[in-house]
Write a protein that binds this ligand. Sequence first.
Ligand code: CMC
Length: 415
Amino acid sequence: MCSIVHFDINGCHYKLPVVYGTFYEKAINISKLRENTGLITFDPGLKNTGIAKSSISFIDGEKGELLYRGYPIEQIINKCSFMETSYLILNGELPNTAQLKSFSEKIKKFNHINQEIYQILDKIPDNYHPMGILSSLTYILTAFTNCQQEEDMYLHLLAKLPILAALTYRKKVGLPPSYADHNLDYTSNLLKMFFSIPNKSYQQNPIITDALDKLLILHADHEQNCSTTTVRLLGSAHSGLFSSISAGISALWGRLHGGANQAVIEMLETILNSGGNIKKWVEKAKNKKDPFRLMGFGHRIYKNFDPRAEIAKEVAENLIKKLEIFDPILELAKTLEQKALQDSYFVEKKLYPNIDFYSGIIYQAIGIPKDMFTVMFALGRLPGWMAHWKEIKFNRDPIGRPRQIYIGYKKRNII
Ligand code: CMC
């Protein structure tokens, strides 16, 4: 293994160190490149830039592998709850029974929000997008939350984000606010806070709880994606946790990132309502002159398959079967996937369904409206965002501050 790369620029010889990861992925450490050569690197979209050393999750895009703290996602999904996964991601190891109990109890202790937040929510127009509401309320939580210890901040957010999400949903559908039920586990409580109706006893459906718990796990971390990088950048400037998470939520909202789950169902509905001509839409996605893309397809890192998408597809099929519903959207999604995967455009460009292709079908079966899908993604991603924020603090990473190639005016005078 070489630890130094040698290279020549315009006849001058230079050496730069190489950094290795656990699985021998390697990177040239260019932090002294400009100092030594006068050059910077140019990498729009950070496609080829490692911005951190991290030990939270690992993706092998060629093999379609995802590990959380070393554990394969396929094992976590079958053996752990979202609470255990959150503990693992935040603390580095799976909890034992006592640690899990204490973690869950502490979260329950913070399972309430200040009355003023209800009033703030009341003032927000009904038609405002739930992701905008979630981001704003997460930000404003700072003003109303008193954290005695650093650990409390993470627990407060794990406790309070589901409340904000449920309140946002209930305002949208005209239901009064609901409150946490301390007798329930995390995901059962989340569902009850969403769907309970005043003066009616709420019946849990374990099939739904299990599907949602799995979906939260699938979203829990995904190394240096756009929203996580946003959270890390804010953390690197020593911004607070709540404002960093609020910024992460805003980044996630984008349709090329987490907002794709809403876009996928909207696309599938449009295809279905316009006659279900899949060939026409696949051709549209291939046409460079047409801005349309097959939403839920493609990924920056996965170039074989997205393991999360395979699990989400299985969860969606099981859920729909067990709930005995016929979902034409699921049938359409499966046919569309099949047709796209047989098409040379998608094969050559290595475009496969990503997590967002099937997640919306699960949310819809649970009864969550389309514009709340990305909110659910945010609830799942929360432990990952927080672990990255924690890691950047622990590692004492320097402030994130990229350079640029300026292409504007030369220096000029005001006339
Ligand atoms: N439909 C049609 N063509 C596509 C698609 C698609 N969904 N995705 C990529 N391409 C083409 C793209 O036009 C480009 O072609 P060419 O090389 O001829 O210019 C090539 O494939 C490479 O695409 P790219 O945009 O350069 O790749 P990227 O790594 O910058 O973008 C992506 C990745 C996910 C933003 C992109 O695949 C995309 O826009 N997909 C649809 C939106 C989506 O599903 N987003 C969810 C991502 S997974 C959830 C998460 O964010 O964690």
